[in-house]
Write a protein that binds this ligand. Structure first.
Ligand code: SAM
Length: 245
């Protein structure tokens, strides 16, 4: 099965990099704080990061005491930045699709993945391999686009009033799982929709115990600075899950 490697597309890469360079983005405000709030004490832990991108989290894990971190990503361009900006003797970056992690020969205390699973067709296959790569009682923590976002399959996402305020999300095809094509910087960006129950049942069937889920929402403080994020009360952008082997 050939995986899409959209982050190596020049136009996509430039657009994505620009968004992440702007410090006010949904990752920094919502996804990253939620992700790190789920992490156990990282002192002396070994960590595998699936779809590590620029390696910012890998560096963050080392700063929090991790002994060894492996970051893998399908995109050479993302890893080039990781090696320039987030290098450390405790971090190894490997250019590989996460579908191939069964090739890794060591085990980890923690496996994490931040906003990459919605690009992966065979979620169950990756989850099985994650389970096998974890030490007993190891933690698996991941974020992805919320299923209320990934289900989108065309048409207007929102119904708005005459002033452009978002009134409600136009939800359709939630129950139809599988590939979606969208336009984000470029056409034909492939993502995969799975329902909440599929995600949760896949984890349970593989043997994980689910500890916590978060769908981040804005605090009063964030709303006072960035009022547009009130729309997250209609539809959260992210889903985060923590589970244990
Ligand atoms: C939205 S970025 C997130 C990067 C990083 N985890 C973060 O949160 O800053 C998604 C990353 O997943 C990577 N990715 C997508 N599909 C992948 C796959 N099948 N295997 C490995 N990496 C993949 C992309 O190349 C990209 O770097």
């Amino acid at each position: 099965m050939a995986q899409q490697n959209i982050y190596d597309n020049e136009i996509f890469f430039a657009g994505y990099k620009k968004i992440r360079e702007n410090q006010v983005n949904a990752n920094n405000l919502f996804e990253i704080p939620a992700l790190f709030s789920m992490m156990p004490n990282l002192k002396d832990k070994t960590i595998l990061d699936l779809g590590c991108g620029f390696g910012e989290h890998c560096k963050g894990f080392v700063e929090r005491g991790a002994k060894k971190v492996i970051g893998i990503d399908i995109s050479e361009k993302m890893l080039e930045i990781a090696k320039q900006e987030n290098t450390d003797s405790k971090i190894t970056y490997i250019n590989m699709p996460m579908e191939n992690i069964f090739e890794l020969t060591e085990k980890f205390d923690i496996v994490i993945s931040s906003l990459a699973f919605h690009y992966v067709e065979d979620f169950a296959g990756v989850v099985k391999n994650v389970y096998n790569l974890l030490n007993e009682n190891g933690a698996f923590i991941f974020s992805q686009e919320n299923p209320l976002c990934t289900c989108h399959s065309g048409g207007q996402r929102w119904t708005k009033d005459e002033n452009g305020n978002k009134l409600y999300l136009n939800l359709s095809n939630y129950g139809i799982e599988g590939e979606r094509e969208s336009t984000w910087f470029v056409d034909n960006v492939k993502k995969y929709h799975r329902t909440f129950s599929s995600i949760v049942n896949t984890l349970i069937e593989v043997g994980f115990s689910i500890n916590k889920m978060i769908e981040p929402l804005p605090t009063e403080e964030i709303l006072s600075q960035y009022p547009d994020y009130k729309d997250l009360f209609h539809k959260p952008d992210f889903l985060l899950v923590k589970c244990t082997k």
